[in-house]
Design a protein around this ligand. Structure first.
Ligand code: GAF
Length: 378
């Protein structure tokens, strides 16, 4: 990939880049839709990444290697969809008083877009980290991460901070146990001897901006407002853990109650997952994945037929120990825990079953867990 972007850059820009950055995508083992509810989550950075090549120039321009088009800041017509993330970062940083020299930038890579693997956050995080170095801002990573979250929210998604914290801080073979109430994280080894994490992408594309994602985050805010009328000290839905179920039920309607109980149960699953991984309890890890999926499907209602089919396949296979949908939902990818010696058989079986049912192949690949955003030697 690095050689590919290097070659494309040279042809396009007529010079070599002075720096290349890589920003990984992420999988999430458990803890979905908990980040904007100040709960827990457990994501990890994956090998599939967005790469950025940059050289100083007389005018700033950003080019997409994959789309073959480019965007000049200030250009108001014919702005490509992908440019909103670059625009978001530049506008946010400018607003905060930061500036940068003119540059030519090309980006592209092997991270599928709209697959629930956080390609948009990879763009935002990679770009902001690269601009930080290029412009000698020296903003600490924690602050840069907060800027990245704000810049991405400016594109229209009322999202949390899970993806950006993971992409900025990822560590090889580890997940990040993130406590979203204070943005802190600690590393949890996630390698289970004899097993691999497998990602299966349904090919059902969602853009969080177009999906019901925002409706869920707005619903959570509205539930919190209702509960605060009786419990003004509450800061988030994750704080409702100690409140009796009957009390919550009396203050919410059936859908709101389902959303809230999902969030509380999912937080608990994250804690249990950390323990299960620590103690190498493979069966428990698998069951937590399946339980998480049921919660997302039935209570939080962010799944779809294709995601449910892949998770049902994992249950019926007798091979995978568990699986669940990942990310915002309404399409995107699933994660499966599969014995290494049955990986190929499982992949083929799942691809065939999916093809027979939906008439197309899912993209299936094992997840290599890698470090977060970094400058690459070339
Ligand atoms: C998307 C969002 F960007 C994250 O912040 C998170 O809410 C996730 O969906 C759901 O867990 O990736």
């Amino acid at each position: 990939m690095v050689q590919q972007i290097l070659q494309h850059f040279k042809v396009w820009a007529g010079c070599a880049p002075i720096m290349i950055y890589r920003a990984p995508g992420r999988l999430n083992l458990i803890g979905e839709h908990t980040d904007y509810n100040q709960g827990y989550c457990l994501p990890a950075a994956i090998q599939q990444s967005v790469y950025f090549a940059l050289a100083p120039a007389h005018e700033t321009v950003v080019r997409s290697m994959d789309h073959g088009d480019q965007w000049y800041p200030g250009q108001s017509i014919g702005v490509p969809d992908w440019a909103i993330y670059f625009k978001g970062v530049m506008e946010w940083m400018k607003d905060k008083g930061y500036s940068w020299p003119y540059f030519k930038l090309m980006f592209g890579g092997d991270l599928p877009v709209g697959a629930g693997l956080s390609s948009s956050s990879a763009i935002v995080c990679g770009f902001i980290a690269l601009l930080d170095e290029f412009s000698s801002w020296n903003v600490p990573t924690d602050q840069l991460t907060r800027f990245a979250v704000k810049a991405e929210q400016a594109s229209g998604v009322d999202g949390g901070m899970m993806d950006q914290i993971c992409i900025m801080n990822g560590k090889k073979d580890h997940a990040l146990f993130i406590q979203c109430s204070d943005w802190t994280h600690r590393f949890v080894p996630i390698h289970l001897e004899g097993f691999r994490w497998l990602i299966a992408d349904t090919g059902v594309r969602h853009r969080l901006i177009d999906s019901d994602y925002n409706k869920r985050s707005f619903a959570c805010k509205s539930i919190l407002r209702k509960l605060k009328t009786v419990f003004p000290e509450l800061q988030s839905l994750s704080d409702c853990k100690g409140i009796a179920a009957e009390t919550i039920r009396s203050l919410t309607d059936a859908t709101e109650y389902a959303y809230l109980s999902y969030v509380l149960e999912e937080n608990q699953r994250v804690l249990e997952m950390v323990n299960a991984l620590h103690e190498h309890q493979v069966e428990r890890v698998g069951n937590l994945l399946l339980e998480g999926h049921q919660g997302l499907k039935n209570k939080y209602q962010v799944s779809c037929d294709e995601l449910d089919f892949l998770v049902a396949f994992s249950r019926q296979s007798g091979v995978a120990r568990g699986a669940r949908m990942m990310g915002g939902g309404f399409g995107g990818s699933t994660v499966h825990l599969v014995p290494v010696d049955q990986l190929e058989t499982y992949k083929c079986g799942m691809a065939n079953a999916y093809q027979n049912k939906f008439g197309r192949s899912p993209l299936i690949f094992p997840a290599d867990i890698v470090d977060g955003v970094a400058r690459i030697d070339f």
